[in-house]
Design a protein around this ligand. Structure first.
Ligand SMILES: Cc1cc2nc3c(=O)[nH]c(=O)nc-3n(C[C@H](O)[C@H](O)[C@H](O)COP(=O)(O)OP(=O)(O)OC[C@H]3O[C@@H](n4cnc5c(N)ncnc54)[C@H](O)[C@@H]3O)c2cc1C
Ligand code: SF4
Length: 504
């Protein structure tokens, strides 16, 4: 029987268990995957980001062919033109897709008249998230914080629950997860798996030569098949998860991964499903291989944070990505693009991005985000840069994390306080300051730590806004009482100029 339905698969839906593909058969369905030269040429992508995306797509197409499907893998000038042409050349075939994961792609599907069916790529559909928010509002609650949503998810999905009560007697073991880095044993965390590049990987590498921006070429850190992603999941659960937690907020010069799972790229392009990751982690705990604090901390990231930002994205888009509550207007500084700076913390973090297209959460939030927040870097430029350089970048996760969490550009709709800190916090949670030419304790003078200067200046500049925020009002009042606040303002202006001209 000839295939009479075409399933359009996006590059971040690479799994037979996702949406329409879950019910597809080789007899009745043809598959359409599109590589768009418009998208490839739209930015100076980090080579590993572009390679991961394209190579995963091509591997998935091969897997589908092995399963007997007819796969139209099209290289076209644009996604829109490829789909329109497919519709024109297959007039008797219907075309369907699983709901796309970005606002723009959803619009495009509507424009092209492609029917979309619900996605199961997240554990809480965004319509369920809105229903949860509305139900809270109806009950008189003014907020819908992560912690409330996370508890709702635990109950609704029956994860880490025992007769309706949280396993271990508590919902949250976060207070055990804020330890500074260990003094020794920086190599205590197993190194993530690495694979040889295969023929498809090599072909993609040659195809993208000349189409990408700065950054090291792929070295095999990022699996481009489901089998490779599953091996990394097993490696994480067996060897790393038992250590997840205590040093979650630590940053080290000689260890890029610590006990982070490094699974976000596969969750985001579909090679792994959130349900299977959470089930594997919970099983490891129930079998006595992982303690409750570690497993709870990890599962909170997946069923809590990840699903929460997904729900917020759909609730607040499309205007959300352009919010700029603090009026931050500094252009993206060269130090972020090149890593050439005397600020050791920034240099190390950007070097890691150059090597692997990846940084862990605290580097993203408390080094890169903190610098952008306190210096006043334009949120849209910062989001666009991160989208180009991170292997796991996707609009739905990047926008809430940058606009809402890191830059307070939404005026506090997502985060209840700005994540601003000076050099003291970075020194406590990392070993960066030891190798730095700046003095983390000083806020004025040529050798003052830029983070410390910018932190006090930020509180002073935005004191009208933040003095009314109980979570940070004390620090704002301290800034206002500083005897040298006038000199801090002058030094902060210098720091911003030096940052902008690439001389910091
Ligand atoms: C400024 C900024 C930008 C970010 N950009 C991205 C991005 O483009 N893509 C992306 O996947 N994550 C992003 N994050 C969230 C988070 O930093 C990464 O998901 C995490 O560092 C990925 O590493 P991991 O897989 O080892 O995570 P782990 O620490 O092992 O956590 C497990 C999983 O939980 C999920 N998770 C944890 N925190 C968050 C969060 N805040 N939001 C959403 N999911 C979360 C991720 O899927 C992650 O894989 C960003 C955070 C910030 C502050
Ligand atoms: S002294 Fe300041 S700039 Fe240098 S590493 Fe520490 S926090 Fe970063």
């Amino acid at each position: 029987m000839a295939a009479n339905r075409t399933i359009l698969v996006f590059g971040d839906q690479l799994n037979r268990a996702i949406g329409v593909l879950a019910t597809a058969t080789a007899e009745k369905d043809r598959i359409l995957l599109v590589e768009s030269t418009e998208k490839i040429g739209a930015a100076d992508w980090h080579p590993q980001r572009l390679h991961f995306y394209l190579s995963s797509m091509r591997h998935f197409a091969e897997e589908l062919r092995r399963d007997g499907f007819t796969v139209d893998y099209v290289r076209a000038s644009s996604f829109r033109s490829a789909v329109a042409e497919h519709i024109a050349t297959h007039p008797t075939s219907t075309i369907v897709a699983t709901e796309p994961n970005s606002f723009g792609a959803r619009q495009l599907m509507a424009d092209l008249g492609v029917e979309t069916l619900p996605s199961n790529q997240f554990l809480c559909h965004y319509s369920e998230f809105s229903a949860w928010v509305n139900a809270r509002r109806a009950k008189g609650y003014k907020t819908f914080k992560l912690e409330d949503f996370y508890r709702h998810q635990r109950v609704a999905l029956e994860i880490l629950m025992n007769d309706g009560e949280p396993l271990g007697g508590r919902w949250n073991f976060d207070d055990e997860n804020r330890e500074p880095p260990p003094r020794d044993g920086h190599d205590r965390w197993p190194t993530p798996l690495i694979d040889e590049l295969d023929d498809i990987d090599h072909q993609v590498l040659s195809d993208i030569a000349g189409h990408n921006g700065a950054g090291a070429p792929p070295l095999g850190w990022w699996a481009t098949t489901r089998a490779g992603a599953l091996r990394r999941l097993t490696h994480f659960i067996d060897n790393v998860l038992p250590m997840f937690g205590p040093h979650e907020d630590a940053m080290l010069t000689d260890n890029w991964h610590l006990a982070h799972s490094v699974l976000s790229p596969y969750l985001n392009n579909g090679l792994l499903m959130p349900g299977e990751i959470v089930a594997a982690a919970e099983r490891a705990h129930r079998e006595g291989r992982v303690d409750i604090a570690s497993v709870e901390g990890f599962i909170r990231q997946i069923i809590g944070w990840r699903e929460y930002v997904w729900g917020l994205y759909w609730m607040w888009m499309p205007t959300y990505r352009d919010e700029n509550f603090l009026g931050a207007d500094l252009d993206l500084p060269p130090a972020l693009a090149t890593g050439e700076t005397s600020m050791n913390c920034v240099k190390c973090t950007v070097a890691g991005i150059n090597d692997r297209a990846w940084a862990h959460h605290i580097q993203r939030l408390m080094i890169l985000g903190n610098l952008a927040l306190t210096a006043g870097i334009n949120p849209r430029q910062f989001t666009d840069w991160m989208s180009r350089v991170f292997v796991d970048a996707a609009e739905w996760v990047m926008v809430p994390n940058v606009v809402g969490m890191a830059l307070f550009a939404d005026g506090g709709r997502m985060a209840t306080k700005p994540y601003a800190s000076g050099g003291a916090y970075i020194d406590k949670m990392s070993d960066y300051c030891k190798g730095c030419r700046y003095d983390r304790k000083k806020r004025i003078g040529d050798d003052a730590c830029p983070f410390t200067t910018l932190y006090w200046d930020f509180l002073d500049r935005h004191s009208d806004t933040f003095v009314r925020n109980a979570r940070i009002a004390t620090q704002v009042r301290s800034a206002q009482k500083l005897a040298d606040i006038a000199e801090v303002r002058v030094r902060a202006r210098e720091v911003r100029e030096l940052l902008q001209s690439g001389r910091l």
